[in-house]
Write a protein that binds this ligand. Structure first.
Ligand code: CIR
Length: 254
């Protein structure tokens, strides 16, 4: 069960962040509206939400997930792979320290984005991506082993359609992974909810206590979740998608 979430309100310069997709410019009023609804949803799921102020130094800083990996046994501050995002870690450190007084760290030359890290019970999948390098994975695997977890590496560098590992897979509890079709063969041993190409953005969903947050516009995935006994909570994400962001990146949950 999660009790807390940390989020950061998007800044007015949100549209100056990094993106690899051509879906148009995010509309700021809608960004704020979708973010507010996302925060409400976390409250509906029973979480106490810490809302950090917008930080105009870092246009991508609303994607807080990339700055830390938080487990039940301890937290790790990351070192994001995009130079424009490196300073986000110092900016979030005080909020993490309030809950985890001695976080571990990822140090140079390691780089690691939280979006590449997928926790499935006591095992972590560590995505090797264009943001997370081998040294970052090595350091995190060692930290996780010290905290009592196992881990394995999934190389997503050849997959041009996703930014992070968790753009393509989500562990939603009950031994179930939501996974983009092309990644499915790597995850035997789990019950898989496969997501086709046309719904692949939906693969980034988030189990929060009794609910599964899922992006609006992916009816087959939502039906599959219902059919397997999950309780989807559908959220409009159009403006975050324009900046390569998904549901999981908007919060740290613990
Ligand atoms: C970036 O490119 O870093 C941001 N525009 C999007 C980050 C999304 N984060 C995530 O999926 N964990």
């Amino acid at each position: 069960m999660f009790k807390n979430a940390i989020v950061r309100i998007p800044g007015r310069n949100f549209d100056a962040g990094l993106t690899s997709v051509s879906l148009g410019r995010p509309e700021f009023d809608l960004v704020l509206e979708q973010h507010a609804r996302y925060c409400e949803a976390l409250v509906e799921c029973g979480l106490a939400v810490t809302m950090l102020d917008a930080d105009l130094r870092f246009p991508d800083s609303t994607f807080v997930e990339d700055t830390a990996v938080i487990t039940a046994h301890g937290a790790v501050l990351t070192r994001p792979g995009a130079a424009s995002r490196e300073g986000e870690v110092e900016a979030i450190r005080p909020a993490i320290l309030r809950h985890f007084p001695s976080p571990l760290t990822i140090d140079a030359p390691g780089t690691l984005d939280g979006g590449d890290i997928c926790e499935a019970e006591d095992h972590f999948f560590l995505g090797l991506s264009h943001r997370t390098n081998e040294e970052g994975v090595r350091q995190l695997a060692a930290h996780l082993a010290g905290l009592g977890y196992t881990s394995s590496t999934i190389d997503v560098r050849g997959m041009t359609s996703i930014l992070h590992l968790k753009s393509g897979i989500s562990y939603i509890g009950d031994n179930t992974l939501v996974v983009m079709e092309e990644m499915a063969p790597q995850f035997s041993g789990f019950d898989l909810i496969r997501v086709g190409l046309d719904e692949s953005y939906g693969a980034n969903c988030v189990r929060v206590n009794d609910r599964v947050l899922v992006a609006a516009g992916f009816p087959r995935l939502t039906e599959d979740l219902l059919a397997r006994g999950f309780d989807p909570l559908v959220l409009e994400m159009s403006e975050f998608r324009k900046m390569d962001g998904g549901l999981s990146c908007l919060s740290l949950r613990f």
